[in-house]
Design a protein around this ligand. Structure first.
Ligand code: F6R
Length: 260
């Protein structure tokens, strides 16, 4: 087995890496290559970005590439997957704060090209806001690459179990496990919002390329269900089995139960 994890090995659309750092660096390099390729062609690189623990080392590596290897983000247009609702953009737990802290404050992405679902719109404006978010993604020709993590309940973005496969950006109710996993960031469970704005499953699977990154043993059970289990709305990530443009990037711990 250890030979299979020599830095990384790729079988069809599954890339197995020795550890979380290797997996993250591999994902960052895929993103950097796409950005550079689009620069050569004079085109924007439209990225769908995730938050959470999973992508933090990816972002760290992208910052390193920017600082040490002249990777520019001047042509990047980004759309984040989700944001809690309600929450203020300056709140430490907000994904707006997260993205600034872990990525945008350290690179040369144009502020007007950064899109993160706004949590400050009033309830009566949300539907319109979500439609507008979708239209903006479409106006750039859709996402060139979507980076995804996976929740322990199989969610992608905040498309929780039961989410429709043709869902688009909308206000969603957070699953109890999702709220529990967020508790450490909010201090107490009562402080965790019950809702979020999330890009839909349909929006995600329209991306020209999808990288799903799963790291650590706490993702091993759900990633094996997502890859090898039945395709069901109960495990939203299982739908990705039907999508050819997906690459699963796993570290050794996350891959523990994968049937290869
Ligand atoms: C976050 C997101 C979520 C996370 C998932 C895993 O923007 O879309 O689907 O990717 O909850 O979170 P972590 O990486 O913290 O385990």
């Amino acid at each position: 087995m250890s030979n299979n994890f020599n830095t990384h090995s790729k079988v069809n659309n599954l890339t197995l890496c020795t550890d979380a750092e290797q997996a993250s660096i591999y994902a960052a390099n895929q993103i950097a290559e796409l950005i550079r390729e689009h620069q050569k062609q004079g085109k924007p690189a439209v990225l769908g970005l995730a938050t959470g623990k999973t992508p933090t080392t990816v972002y760290k590596e992208l910052i390193r590439l920017h600082q040490n290897e002249s990777l520019s983000f001047h042509n990047v247009v980004s759309f984040n997957l989700d944001e809690y609702y309600p929450i203020g953009p300056k709140d430490l737990q907000s994904y707006t704060y997260f993205m600034r802290h872990y990525l945008f404050n350290h690179i040369d992405c144009k502020p007007q090209n950064i899109h993160i679902p706004h949590a400050d719109c009033s309830p009566d404006r949300i539907e319109h806001y979500c439609k507008d978010y979708e239209d903006k993604i479409a106006s750039f020709g859709g996402l060139d690459l979507q980076l995804l993590g996976i929740g322990r309940n199989g969610h992608i973005g905040f498309n929780e179990p039961g989410s429709s496969f043709d869902s688009t950006t909308r206000l969603v109710d957070l699953h109890s496990l999702t709220r529990k996993d967020a508790e450490k960031n909010f201090g107490t469970i009562e402080n965790v919002p019950h809702q979020a704005i999330s890009v839909g499953i349909h929006t995600i699977i329209q991306a020209k390329r999808i990288l799903l990154l799963a790291l650590g043993k706490e993702k091993s059970e759900i990633i094996s269900k997502a890859l090898n289990g039945e395709i069901s709305t109960e495990v939203p990530a299982s739908l990705l089995q039907t999508i050819p443009q997906v690459e699963y990037i796993l570290d050794r711990d996350a891959a523990a139960f994968i049937d290869r």
